[in-house]
Write a protein that binds this ligand. Structure first.
Ligand code: FMN
Length: 102
């Protein structure tokens, strides 16, 4: 079966951040087209740099055209990242499943 799953960072709370301000979310989405490994790596590189800048951590899973992503961080930073993700042309049908304070 041609499936690939990759994890770019596991969920760890960054203790430098006051946990009172931490929130997390989980969404699922559908890739506009099946993603190649190079396309996934490209996405991953951008995500790593920007997430680090905003102190957001998380996990992205991809398999056969479906994404599942968990992200956590301070509310403002988390939603800055998430709003950019929502606008991304590479996926659609983005369904926010869970959003909560840590
Ligand atoms: C499934 C999926 C997951 C993504 N995850 C992240 C992420 O965790 N962090 C991130 O900065 N960008 C992520 N991106 C890329 C963003 O959509 C966006 O391209 C990136 O944040 C750059 O946005 P900007 O050009 O407005 O700064 C993801 C894109 C897709 C399609």
């Amino acid at each position: 079966m041609n499936s690939s799953v990759f994890v770019y960072k596991s969920l760890y709370i960054n203790l430098a951040i006051d946990p009172n301000f931490m929130e997390y979310l989980v969404y699922v989405s559908t890739a506009k087209k099946l993603m190649s490994d190079d396309e996934l790596l490209d996405l991953l590189q951008t995500a790593r740099i920007k997430n680090a800048k905003y102190n957001v951590t998380g996990m992205l899973l991809y398999s056969e055209g479906t994404f599942i992503q968990a992200l956590e961080g301070e509310k403002e930073d988390l939603y800055t990242i998430y709003k950019a993700i929502e606008l991304d042309f590479r996926h659609r049908n983005i369904i926010l499943m869970i959003t909560r304070k840590c």
